[in-house]
Design a protein. Structure first.
Ligand code: AMP
Length: 208
């Protein structure tokens, strides 16, 4: 079984949802840089204050901030790890390779129209970071998180104009990682469109 796994793919392609599910099933840690940054913003930490303007506009937070944050997180983490939304640049991937040996990179394949349709209907939990889709994965009670009962919200960066910028940034800065990990023989691709259960089964087969 692979123990250091990276989930790569455009925003809204299912990395968070499947990362949560897989980490529970395998007893792994899920490290989401997006979740860590949003929490830092809520807690008004120095990192949060620096990161806010980048996140709000759909740009990437500078590599030095992210790499320091990940270095600290890894040093406190034991056991298997699923990285969700990290690395997002070649610089971050090079830095990660100094600390850990990657077993598999799962690339979630999804077109822009599907990303936009999904993200505009996404609602997130501010407390436990669970994500819902208003149509395909709706909470049992309207606007309330099934897991922790908090009120769900729409992320500021899940609005159409910002999503388009996030997609442009993804193409420019993150897509080169597909080739980067492919050349290292670590990349497998999963179709991000379809039923959540079916995609999850595909992911499990790929990491066996
Ligand atoms: P996510 O929740 O993964 O969609 O991330 C939300 C936002 O946080 C991104 O649009 C970036 O602004 C920032 N972010 C998250 N992870 C990273 C990363 N690895 N590198 C740079 N910025 C990041």
């Amino acid at each position: 079984m692979k123990s250091i796994i990276i989930f790569l793919g455009p925003p809204g392609s299912g990395k968070g949802t499947h990362g949560d599910r897989l980490s529970k099933e395998l007893g792994y840690n899920k490290i989401s840089t997006g979740d860590i940054l949003r929490e830092s913003i809520r807690n008004k930490t120095t990192i949060g204050n620096k990161a806010k303007k980048f996140i709000d506009s759909g740009e990437l937070v500078p590599d030095d901030i992210i790499i320091n944050l990940i270095k600290e997180k890894i040093s406190k983490t034991k056991g298997g790890i699923i990285f969700d939304g990290f690395p997002r640049t070649v610089e971050q991937a090079d830095a990660l390779s100094q600390y850990l040996d990657i077993d598999t990179v799962i690339n979630f394949d999804m077109n822009d129209d599907e990303v936009i349709s999904r993200l505009t209907k996404r609602r997130s939990c501010p407390k436990c970071n669970a994500v819902y889709h208003l149509i395909y994965n709706a909470p049992l009670r309207s606007k309330i998180c099934d897991i922790c009962g908090s009120e769900l919200y729409q992320r500021d960066d899940d609005r159409e104009e910002t999503i388009r910028n996030r997609l442009a940034v993804y193409r420019d800065k993150t897509m080169p990682l597909i080739d980067y990990y492919n050349k290292k023989g670590l990349l497998v691709t999963v179709n991000g469109i379809g039923s959540i259960d079916k995609i999850f089964e595909n992911i499990k087969e790929l990491i066996q």
